[in-house]
Design a protein around this ligand. Structure first.
Ligand code: KIV
Ligand code: ZN
Length: 519
């Protein structure tokens, strides 16, 4: 348990890999989860909720392997209120230097009706399951799901039971994003005042963003005495998402004058992890999102630009470099060399080995040939482009599209499928449709296109487009992203990337699944 004498220290509990990954379509691969977990560990996250071990073999393995790799963070897994879930959770987290079992049950009238338990029966179950968890692990977190819609008397009663049974952290979830800041604070204050043993444990706040108040509700809970904030990178999560890590951490840093609490987060790593989570989850960050949005530090109007030049404090309450946005004047172009590229990428948060740099340099030169000036965002897009990882079975070789006012639009495409080149001529309702039809006729599949999104990376008609594609088939999800100055080429690459990932994912669980190429 954390030293309660550190009254101003707020623990950051990141649940990107559990609550975040739960949001429809945000599924990550095993390797991606491990990579994000190491980034969280390195940036100083106190507790990483790595998954829900009973949910699937894949979730179990991810939690177990993250537990093995974490250096300083506590590694936590989620379990429902039954012994089987809790045992499975322990099997996964026990490998961590600092393991934690998190167990929960819905306590509001609506949620009690689901297992059809009376208040007394549920109270008994909480006592038994928390006791069981505590017999396995010294660090146990308990959550009354939908706490903010639970009767106060009953909430106090079950929190007391959980504390007596050995819970060391009590998390108070606003599961449906229903509460408001004053109410969020009052609830924590009431629990601290009324529940015997409350001063021996840490209270956590876990807010969803259905009314856009998650960050405000979390901070209000801290002011009332909560000392753990549960959050996700980019606010990823079910429906409208969760409290965003970057928002609460930067709010506590920037407004330390009125909220004198500390976190252990290295804020300069924020941009980097935000970009990576956006990439692997397939959920692009909205441009005007606080802290990590593309426009969060952009100044467009003349008055603002003039004010910025005179003194950045006129229009910026934090420095871009505080969140890891490098401010450099180095403009890259086709004459830039390898050393300049390495320095620029380092500023952007990418530390590359020599062989990785060699690969990126080739792609950078190809881009610089097509684009006069290569901006920071172009380089980030280049780094995030998943085109042609070595184990891809489908590779785009060439694409020629004819489009215009007279349809139908056509696409002539060549793909290498398992090393064998195959070509097709396809038509469609627009150039992207023709291109996707071409892929589909070369690689017949039943996957549904669940998302197709295009973002212009920078301004100008020669700007790169970043395209995100999400495919779904039999409960498997594959996401792909690609960037190119040609939007249709970026679309084709993103589609192919998504298919490759779908095939890899199926293969992990269904070894018999194969790419069915049309001959
Ligand atoms: O929102 C919620 O209630 C949860 C619990 C499982 C903690 O995510
Ligand atoms: Zn939640």
């Amino acid at each position: 348990m954390t030293d309660k004498t550190e009254q101003d220290r707020v623990l950051i509990f990141d649940t990107t890999l559990r609550d975040g990954e739960q949001s429809p379509g945000a599924t990550m691969t095993h390797d991606e989860k491990l990579e994000i977990a190491s980034m969280l560990d390195e940036m100083g996250v106190d507790i990483i909720e790595a998954g829900f071990p009973i949910a699937s073999e894949g979730d179990f393995e991810a939690v177990r392997d993250i537990a093995k790799l974490a250096r300083t963070s506590v590694i936590c897994g989620l379990s429902r209120a039954n012994f089987k879930d809790i045992d499975r959770n322990w099997e996964a987290v026990k490998h961590a230097r600092r393991p934690r079992i998190h167990t929960f049950i819905g306590t509001s009238p609506l949620h009690r009706a689901i297992p059809n338990l009376t208040q007394d029966e549920m109270a008994q179950l909480i006592h038994e399951t928390v006791t069981h968890a505590r017999n396995l692990c010294d660090d146990v977190q308990w959550s009354p799901m939908d706490a903010t819609r639970t009767e106060h008397d009953y909430l106090c009663r079950v929190v007391e039971i959980a504390i007596k049974a050995g819970a060391t952290t009590i998390n108070i979830p606003d599961t449906v994003g229903y509460t408001a800041p004053r109410e969020s604070a009052d609830l924590i204050r009431m629990l601290i005042e009324k529940v015997p043993g409350a001063d021996e444990i840490i209270f956590a706040t876990h807010c969803h963003n259905d009314l856009g108040m998650a960050t405000a509700n979390s901070l209000a809970a801290v002011e009332a005495g909560a000392r753990q904030i549960e959050c996700t990178i980019n606010g990823l999560g079910e429906r409208a998402g969760n409290t965003a890590l970057e928002e609460v951490v930067m709010a506590l840093k920037v407004r330390n004058d009125i909220m004198p609490y500390q976190t252990g987060i290295d804020t300069r790593r924020i941009m980097n992890i935000s970009r990576r989570v956006a990439q692997v989850s397939g959920f692009a960050v909205q441009y005007n999102k606080a802290i990590v949005g593309k426009n969060a530090f952009a100044h467009e109007s003349g008055i603002h630009q003039d004010g910025m030049l005179k003194n950045p404090l006129n229009f910026e309450i934090m420095r871009p470099e505080d969140v890891g946005l490098a401010e450099t004047n180095l403009v890259m172009g086709k004459h830039s060399g390898r050393a300049a590229l390495r320095a620029k990428l380092r500023d952007l948060g990418y530390e590359l080995a020599d062989n990785q740099l060699a690969d990126v340099f080739v792609r950078f030169k190809a881009l610089a040939d097509r684009k006069k000036e290569v901006y920071d965002d172009d380089l980030v897009a280049l780094m995030q482009d998943q085109t042609s990882p070595e184990d891809d079975r489908i590779v785009l070789k060439s694409l020629k599209v004819v489009c215009g006012t007279e349809g139908p639009q056509t696409a002539d495409m060549t793909l290498a499928i398992d090393g064998r080149e195959q070509s097709v001529h396809a038509t469609g309702d627009g150039p992207v449709d023709a291109t996707f039809n071409a892929v589909k006729s070369l690689v017949p599949h039943n996957a549904r296109l669940a998302l197709y999104q295009v973002h212009a990376v920078t301004e100008g008609t020669d700007a790169q487009a970043t395209v995100s594609v999400r495919m779904e088939e039999d409960g498997y999800i594959g996401t792909g992203q690609a960037s190119d100055t040609d939007t249709v080429v970026a679309s084709a690459k993103a589609y192919v990337n998504a298919l490759n990932r779908l095939v890899q994912r199926r293969k992990k669980t269904k070894p018999e699944a194969e790419v069915k190429s049309a001959s």
